[in-house]
Design a binder for this molecule. Sequence first.
Ligand code: ARG
Length: 565
Amino acid sequence: MDYKKIVAEEIQKLVPEHLTYDQVYQLLEVPKYTEHGDVAFPAFALAKALRKAPQAIAGDLAAQLNHPYIEKVEAVGPYVNLFLEKAAVTNAVLHEIAAEKQAFGTADIGKGGNVPIDMSSPNIAKPISMGHLRSTVIGNSLANIMKKVGFNPIKINHLGDWGTQFGKLIVAYKLWGNEEKVKAEPINELLTLYVRFHTEAESDDTMNDEARAWFKKLEDGDAEALHLWEWFRSESLQEFMKIYDMLGITFDSFNGEAFYNDKMDEVVELLDKAGILTQDRGATIVDLEKYNLNPALIKKSDGATLYITRDLAAAIYRKRNYDFAMSLYAVGNEQSNHFKQLKAVLKELGYDWAENMHHIPFGLITQGGKKLSTRQGKVILLEEVLNEATELSLKQINEKNPTLEDKEAVAKAVGVGAVVFHDLKNDRLNNFDFDLEEVVQFEGETGPYVQYTNARGLSILRKAAVELDTTEAADLGLDDAYAWEVVKLLNSFPEIIQQAYEKFEPSVIAKYTIHLSQAFNKYYGNTKVLVEDDKRNARLALVQSVATVLQEGLRLLGVQSPEKM
Ligand code: ARG
């Protein structure tokens, strides 16, 4: 229910010559302090047209406003402060949520348009890092949000499965590799080989030449090279899948960098035809000086293609294949320059649709304030983090609710949910520190706290043991201050989703679920929900609505809502 709309209509009716409905709507504010009402209209904007002091205008408007949803109006200085009729608004809001259930907040902004989302995209033969975790959960949540507002998201895992590192890996495997070891612990073993390659290459120059030669062979389709590459890829992918399963995240496509191998010649041709290729010390580049960017390196002197060449091919492929409304890339902040170059080259090719490509950058995860780096072997292994989180939450369940059924499954939903939630509750561009103990707390601004609030709501409803006839339930209107805060938050959920969409920012929803949980827990602490009086059903309808909205909020984040905790 958009009560701002009602207020805007009523005010506009009083000044039809001076302001349009949209102008009034835009001017409305939500006062900081509840004693200033629920909505406020600043009268300054009318002063010139009416040739009157804003204070006087506010007084006039206040005297004339009158609507069943408006309880009282006060002019305070230049402001018209409006207090809504709590019971009436509460009825409307609770009815709406009861009728729409999980669909509450759905919009049709996207009109079904396709939105490929490039997300996760780890590199074959390397551990999936906390950075990839961020990309995975941010991308997944954005997909849910885009779908909620009417787009058709397509989740693409642009695997790092091509590039000179495969030349190095082949050389290392041929020199020191062991099939059994790779099969037993693929990522670990391949990483060890890769690290050993670098150590030995420091004192032996020929190693790098050999690696380049093997990568060239791979690009040219050499059978042995291809066979090894395929094997490394499938072993690695199997390990990645374990993590995706734990997170409950699926993909629509695993077309990674290698997929574009046979689409590269065309890209180079297009660039050539557009007359934007130049040679620089044997390498082929696109100059981007007029964009204030470094040149894009398209081909090395030995003819090998590069990361950006494959991204050019991918962007063009996605446009052709999906005719996208928007194309998103959930990739760390440190690649901002790469995506600027990518868009600039596409613009040089005359592709206006490059405007609809958005890099969704995010900050670093640190530990003890320090950056995590793969090079020094200081990777936090994601699988371990998720397992540890599950154990920590099991410990807390054992303390709080030792007889809970299905404890292991709940612990997993809570542990994994905690990690995901923690990742999403910060503005995505902020760096944040990762401290597992803190992440899995059942109190504080955490995922488990929100999950727990929902489970508590559901347990109240079970105890009440009434079939809520939600079409009538709320008619006894609640009018206490605690309920009112909850109702206003519930009512803002659709707006929150829209903000999250407009900013590509899941944290807007995560923060909202915390606020709603806090408001609900305050309400619950001050109210005897189950007491048998004439407002019992209204209170239960409120509890039901809170649970519905919390579950939907968590779902949009990619976090589960266990029924009992
Ligand atoms: N594999 C890359 C990395 O781990 C991320 C790929 C991001 N997606 C893209 N289309 N470039 O850094």
